[in-house]
Design a protein around this ligand. Structure first.
Ligand code: MN
Length: 490
């Protein structure tokens, strides 16, 4: 995984004289260094900008430096915004306007006009905010004292979202086979997606994967099986099935790494030359941060990889999920989510078990090994990216995951149980009204606020179904969105 950093760019002007500018620079350096210790990615002080050229130059540098995942600006003093226009208009990286000030308190005895001129963030930030509003730039505004823990958490959360932008713009998805049967929601305009989100989605032959699988050595398989045994409980005597999954995983990983792909999709309809649908193999690849989508769903696969990268440590608790069935008993309304095999163990409440079971659907000659577990309890989100024709819509719903209310001993797959917001039935009505897919990314780690910011940075529609959403309100929002996005496309 790439090492990312963020740049701290401070606005000022020559009006104040060299002494004030030196103070601004020294303080900005101190703030960047101190905040870096509390943020998930380093904040690097770059410049106290006083001219159009200095701003344009730092933006050019940021655009071309792959390590720079975004810029954070601040105005200690007043920085006339006409000199920011050329730079901001050229900016291709995520942008956060940090409205803070060096001092926390107004010093009652000390304050005079010199103090006012040096410490005028309240003044400078408004000029700075105007120009981004005037340029209609996607940005995040965060206001608060720079030493405040909650403020730092918000900056950290934005940084992780900006990393999701960087990961999206370099996303390559390896696709084995086409979509499954006649499913609509897994389709989409790959040219539009590459233009908007940067994703390169291309196809590889299943036959090439089988060739790669045949080249995997017994030593390589021994090593990976040892890793499985260290991470999971083995609850099957079918060692051959586990070894076959290891062979699949090694081959898929080699092909993805050789191509720089972070995500892959396959379909159980097209497994020519393979004995088992990759189950454990796909699950363990997801655990390492790769994205996966079943039934040719390249959109959910890429979103899984992006949301994992946005999580804790660059590989958070997010995974490919599918809505399966409901429990509709009054007062106990829940969704049961699972997949045929491929649920990411980062969602597990306990240690997953490796099991083998017959899989009737698809072309499996042998019983595939898979990880079986229960999902964690707690607040989470489910996210679905759909192609509306002419634009992309990201649907995000808040959910409350629970410990599954029954053991379901004959269910041979990992399972997560949750209640959608605002309540299961209204939540289902809202989700269906918005057109959200049956495939989602479920995340305990990434928040709806982060997904809103991500969609904003990527320039796509965002629909949030929360505890406050009503069907009527949502219908109106979707109606207005439709008109707004058509105007935007002109
Ligand atoms: Mn599916």
């Amino acid at each position: 995984m790439r090492k990312y950093e963020f740049w701290f760019v401070v606005g000022s002007q020559f009006l104040y004289g060299p002494e004030v500018l030196q103070t601004v620079e020294a303080r900005a350096k101190e703030m960047a260094a101190e905040m870096s210790g509390a943020l998930p990615y380093p904040l690097v002080y770059k410049v106290t900008a006083k001219t159009n050229k200095e701003i344009a130059d730092v933006v050019k540098e940021a655009n071309h430096d792959d390590a720079c995942a975004g810029i954070i600006t601040w105005c200690h003093t007043f920085s006339p915004s006409k000199m920011w226009i050329n730079g901001l208009a050229a900016l291709q990286k995520p942008y956060c306007h940090f409205a803070t000030q060096y001092n926390k308190e107004i010093p009652n005895d000390e304050i005079d006009m010199d103090f006012m001129n040096l410490n005028q963030a309240a003044h400078g930030d408004r000029e700075h905010g105007f120009i981004a509003a005037r340029l209609r730039m996607p940005r995040k505004v965060i206001a608060g004292y720079w030493k405040d823990e909650k403020v730092r958490e918000r900056i950290g959360s934005w940084m992780k979202t900006a990393v999701g932008v960087a990961v999206s713009r370099s996303m390559k998805v390896m696709r084995f086979g086409d979509n499954m049967r006649e499913v609509a929601v897994t389709e989409g305009d790959k040219v539009e997606v590459q233009t908007k989100l940067g994703w390169q989605v291309n196809t590889w032959a299943v036959g090439d994967l089988v060739k790669e699988m045949n080249a995997v050595t017994e030593d390589e398989i021994d090593a990976l099986v040892a890793e499985y045994q260290a991470s999971y409980d083995v609850a099957t005597d079918n060692a051959a099935a586990i070894r076959y999954q290891a062979r699949e995983e090694i081959a898929i990983k080699k092909m993805m790494d050789a191509e720089g792909c972070r995500a892959f999709a396959n379909t159980f309809q097209d497994l020519y030359g393979m004995e088992q649908l990759p189950g454990l193999a796909s699950q363990h690849l997801m655990a390492q941060g790769y994205g996966y989508g079943g039934e040719g769903d390249w959109k959910v696969s890429a979103m899984t990889a992006i949301m994992k990268a946005m999580g804790e440590g660059g590989n958070g608790a997010s995974g490919f999920m599918e809505d399966y069935t409901y429990h509709l008993v009054e007062g106990q309304e829940y969704s049961l989510g699972a997949h045929m095999l491929e649920v990411c163990p980062s969602l597990a409440a306990g240690k997953p078990r490796i099991e083998t079971h017959h899989l009737g659907i698809g072309m499996n000659e042998k019983d595939p090994a898979r990880l079986v577990f229960e999902g964690k309890a707690g607040p989470a989100i489910v996210v679905s990216l759909i192609d509306m024709g002419g634009r992309l819509r990201l649907v995000c719903q808040d959910i409350e995951a629970v410990k599954p209310i029954m053991p379901m001993p004959n269910l041979p797959v990992a399972r997560v149980m949750w209640r959608a917001m605002p309540d299961l039935l209204t939540g289902v009505e809202c989700w269906i009204t918005a057109g959200g897919a049956h495939h989602t990314v479920l995340s305990y780690d990434v928040t709806a606020g982060q997904m809103k910011d991500w969609a904003n940075m990527m320039g796509i529609e965002f629909v949030h179904i929360s505890k406050d959403t009503t069907v009527e309100g949502l219908e109106k929002e979707l109606f207005w969105n439709d008109i707004a996005w058509k105007l935007k496309a002109i």
